[in-house]
Write a protein that binds this ligand. Sequence first.
Ligand SMILES: NC(=O)c1ccc[n+]([C@@H]2O[C@H](COP(=O)([O-])OP(=O)(O)OC[C@H]3O[C@@H](n4cnc5c(N)ncnc54)[C@H](OP(=O)(O)O)[C@@H]3O)[C@@H](O)[C@H]2O)c1
Length: 284
Amino acid sequence: MEGKVIFISGSTDGIGKQAALELAKMGAHVIVHGRNEEKTLAVVEFIKTESKSEDIDYVLADMSSFEQIRAMSDVLHERYERIDVLVNNAGAQIHKFQYSEDGYELNFAVNHLAYFLTTSLLLDMVSKSDYKRIVVVSSGMHFRLEEIDWDVFKGKKEYDLYNYYAHSKLANIMFSYKLSRLLQNKEITVNCLHPGLINTNLNPQRAPHIVARALPVESGIISTMRLVTDPALDGVTGKYFTSDGTETESSPISYNIEDQEKLWTITETCAGMNVLKFIESESL
Ligand SMILES: NC(=O)c1ccc[n+]([C@@H]2O[C@H](COP(=O)([O-])OP(=O)(O)OC[C@H]3O[C@@H](n4cnc5c(N)ncnc54)[C@H](OP(=O)(O)O)[C@@H]3O)[C@@H](O)[C@H]2O)c1
């Protein structure tokens, strides 16, 4: 990973922070992403000390804000020619129904719309790399859904955290599959993963019997690290990997192409970005 430029969203805690540390130890130029400058700076210092590498940068953005994501993309474009690996990892479980500043339900905004907008805005930088990998951190929680309730994405369904969160994580997978098809001719690979049930800050209100089953954060990076680093995955795209890093099937509904297209259209409208036009343009 020596010299590879790797951006990891949500790398101030949990799985993202651990992956950032391991990649820094492997010689990567890691761009830590946070939303709170003080916390982010402390994590950058921690990673520098633990990895014995000074090659760590950081950017800031609250992923619930399109404006902040766009500003972060501007900063990255000013500082870097290319991004070799883009890891969409920042995620949250929102305990009370809330809207983002752009007017979208917050699980949908942070877990899905932010992945979409970040990826779309940084695609030109990934396309300038020889490595060209996009990694999407989803969740096995998507398996609890037998069908898509489109009212959940619209924030119109009675609030149930796990239903809303599971929909946002299903959206991650459907987004990955659709994007992998769009980018096949550009040689950019897009794969998604479940990190496992991991003991992080994601849900401080987890029931004790769930916490008892959760694994330490070191176990939560196996699939992310494989998707970022494994040479055997060169050219592999549009796949789902489980927590031990093996490729597996995601839920049957995630493969429905019509639903992937429908979600894509809704997402483009919400985020105000026509990605296909961008992909077909000269800039990519
Ligand atoms: N832990 C699990 O069991 C598990 C299982 C399946 C999937 N996942 C997925 O794994 C990913 C990482 O989660 P984790 O378990 O490592 O959780 P975590 O410890 O809570 O870390 C989440 C990271 O995302 C950042 N983040 C959250 N909301 C944000 C926002 N609005 N703007 C900017 N950054 C934001 C957090 O920033 P702060 O440091 O500022 O809070 C933190 O860096 C998520 O996508 C999650 O859905 C986790």
